[in-house]
Design a protein around this ligand. Structure first.
Ligand SMILES: [Zn+2]
Length: 222
């Protein structure tokens, strides 16, 4: 049984469209080991850092608007989103606010605007191929002084996620993990962390996950 459970893993990667206002060139990053090795602290990494090594995240105590595209969503998705958002809000210095629903399905080219939460299959979003259960990331602007701030983002969850079977992947946990990517944390090298690249059943934040969120808040608020 343990072996079977061990195979029902999610390798959660991220896809982060970065928008540089300087030249309006858009870059798309896709990385199976989201997070910059060596950034962050013990047990956590940052998704992106500026030239001086600061994590790229949202403004101090930002209220981050979220829109949900219900197409392909599981039954009870509104409660799922509300619960996941609440869990992230409780432990971060930022506040996701679900403002409504949308038919927007532009997951990979997002710029400034609400964070999109949606569901898709691997035909629509190629990066969901294989064991990847979800993607999450932020777009950001880089100022003339080299500082950066997140201004948009997305989370897309796989409609084929293995759930429910032998306690397979918990969709709320995947959503929480992806929302933390949106805030700016990358993967942890601690396999027990919620921000570990693979989920083998863990569904709670560890001390290191929380340290990482604190570091983001500190970077945002100075
Ligand atoms: Zn991830």
């Amino acid at each position: 049984m343990l072996l079977v459970l061990g195979l029902v893993i999610s390798m959660v990667v991220y896809l982060s469209p970065g928008l540089d206002l300087g030249n309006l060139r858009r870059a798309v990053y896709s990385d199976s080991s989201a997070g910059i090795v060596g950034s962050g602290g013990e047990g956590y990494t940052f998704m992106q850092v500026t030239e001086d090594g600061s994590p790229i995240t949202w403004g101090c105590q930002a209220r981050i608007e979220v829109e949900v595209n219900p197409d392909g969503a599981p039954e009870g998705y509104a409660d799922l989103v509300a619960s996941a958002v609440g869990r992230v809000n409780d432990v971060s210095g930022f506040t996701f606010v679900v403002t409504g629903e949308t038919d927007d399905r532009e997951f990979t080219g997002r710029q400034r605007g609400p964070v999109l939460i949606g569901w898709a299959d691997e035909e629509e979003v190629r990066e969901l191929t294989g064991p990847t259960a979800g993607l999450g990331g932020a777009s950001y602007v880089i100022g003339p002084g080299g500082g950066a701030r997140s201004v948009g983002g997305m989370v897309v969850l796989d409609t084929d996620m293995p759930t429910g079977w032998l306690g397979g992947l918990d969709e709320e946990t995947v959503l929480v993990h992806e929302l933390v990517h949106v805030l700016g944390l990358g993967h942890s090298d601690d396999p027990g962390a919620l921000m570990a690249a693979e989920n083998s059943g863990q569904d709670e934040f560890t001390a290191a996950d929380l340290d990482g969120l604190d570091a983001l808040q500190e970077a945002a608020c100075g």
